[in-house]
Design a protein around this ligand. Sequence first.
Ligand code: GLP
Length: 265
Amino acid sequence: MDIVILKDSEQVATAGARVLQKLLMEKKAAVLGLATGRTPKAMYRQWVINCRESSMSFREVTTFNLDEYLGVQPADVQSYRSYMQRELFDHIDIDQTNTYLPACAADENPLDVGPRYEATILEKGGIDCQVLGIGQNGHIGFNEPSSSLNSRTRIKTLTRETIESNRQYFDDPATQPELAITMGIATIMDARKILLLATGAAKADAVRQSIEGAISASWPASILQMHERVTVLMDEPAASKLERLDYYHWVQDQKRRVLAQNESD
Ligand code: GLP
């Protein structure tokens, strides 16, 4: 794991934007896995700025979101589709027909959505880089604690704590969904690269358990320890409970030193 601890959430956003810029320079037609929530918003803002002010383009990019609420239609302001339009898709040069979410149409059997989504991801060549946030209980996507570490896109029941922490986004609690369709943990692990973002002290326990704890379905993000190419970008409050903090800083110092050395050669 490449563990990068930065001062604040703005620095996390900037570093995340740099990861994307590098990827799009190597592969214009990249397939991105995207997340919703509060955490990636600042990074998406940077993507929008880079798309407007530099040569960065999403014209050939395809995106797959991690999850979508079940029973919320795309046009609904609370849907993750609306979130993505608002925060990113409406402001960049992406072909909107290449943006996918695991949404269930009103006349569709929800059980068909997962296998179809998996097939579409494969058809597009798999995900090059998956962006992840992390829930306070260690969930990734909506893979709540006890999710199978081998799961694929499917319906999940949200935990009480997730419903509670997402309540702020719903004006009327009665309209808040308790079910969602989410990429599975195995779907996420198939991505060729993973970029996990964590900001704020509320994430400190989940970060510690996921990076330094045992791999367990009780902390779903801990499975990322098994992935070959994970970058974790976090701010100081999110990193505050890590035991090996000094070591992670030291590793990053060494990397910077090697890079500077190579540049001066
Ligand atoms: C949500 C989403 C996740 C997100 C997480 C953290 O419920 N399903 O994809 O990463 O919870 O959200 P936030 O960034 O708002 O803390």
